[in-house]
Design a protein around this ligand. Structure first.
Ligand code: AMP
Length: 274
């Protein structure tokens, strides 16, 4: 049936409408199966697949959503050029053992636009919000709607987006949603660069620069554990980042006992933490 949508060699159910999704989920719940959920924006890499693996270890069924959420992009950001590769994603998800892929379109998620919405809580203050003021608004609203459609028992989020993980955990607690949130460790390439769909934007020269980021933040974290003040360690880190040819530093900060950073290489924004 999926062939009708133009996907080759995919046996995995790919569902576009929330009503069809409800029917399948209803059956699974009747059978007493625990449902795990991995929300993504597609252009999948090993980081995403590690979330699927963690979901499969903790629930009987794994649903992955692929939805490039317009409401979390600012007008000057890369919504239109964001990498999209649905056929490649479905291959990867099929091999990873996921049970169902939910690919709603915008009408399914926002039938009337965003009229009634929710607001992110205090964990959203600072860091990303200082540079992308509406980002977490977009994130909590789309995740809340996806949670409503899927009603998962567990949902998996990557620690790469560490502030996002905190914002979602806070949302689930504040709204008393009966969903367990699991964080998954950052998956890196062999040079330590945190995998990201946006890494495909990097030229080979930019990739060399990007791969210095993890070394600098690990060194900074080491300096702090060796007794350097956080302020001095972070100032040193900023100097090292500029020397390493990063074009712009949005932030390097300590929060939740982590060192969290967002920097630019050319037109590509990288985030990382350790
Ligand atoms: P995205 O498709 O970029 O919205 O990411 C979907 C989910 O995958 C989020 O929970 C991310 O934190 C997670 N994720 C993205 N990259 C990585 C990575 N390198 N390691 C672990 N999780 C990741």
């Amino acid at each position: 049936m999926n062939q009708a949508f133009g996907y080759n060699n995919i046996n995995l159910p790919v569902i576009k409408s929330s009503s069809s999704l409800q029917e399948i989920i209803f059956e699974w719940k009747n059978e007493g199966l625990r449902i795990g959920f991995v929300p993504t924006m597609g252009a999948l890499h090993e980081g995403h697949l590690s979330l699927v693996k963690l979901s499969l270890e903790n629930a009987h069924r794994c649903i992955v959503s692929i939805f490039v959420n317009p409401s979390q992009f600012a007008p000057n950001e890369d919504f239109n050029s964001y990498p999209r590769d649905i056929q490649g994603d479905l291959y990867k998800l099929q091999s990873s053992g996921a049970h169902l892929v939910y690919t709603p379109d915008e009408n399914e998620i926002y039938p009337d636009g965003i009229q009634t919405g929710i607001m992110p809580g205090k964990e959203a203050q600072g860091l990303e919000t200082d540079f992308r003021p509406n980002f977490f608004n977009g994130v909590v609203n789309v995740v809340y709607r996806l949670f409503e459609h899927i009603k998962p028992d567990i949902a998996i989020f990557g620690e790469k987006d560490f502030q996002q993980l905190q914002v979602i955990s806070e949302m689930v607690k504040d709204l008393d949603l009966d969903i367990e949130i699991l964080g998954a460790p950052i998956i890196r390439d062999k040079y330590g660069l945190a995998m990201s769909s946006r890494n495909t934007y990097l030229s080979s020269e930019e990739l060399v620069i990007a791969r210095r980021l993890n070394k600098i933040i690990y060194k900074t974290a080491q300096n702090i554990s060796d007794g350097m003040t956080v302020e001095k360690a972070i100032n040193d880190a900023k100097v090292l980042l500029l020397e390493a040819n990063f074009d712009k530093i949005d932030y390097v900060e300590e929060r939740w006992n982590k060192l969290i950073t967002a920097v630019w290489v050319g037109k590509t924004r990288l985030i990382d933490n350790c």
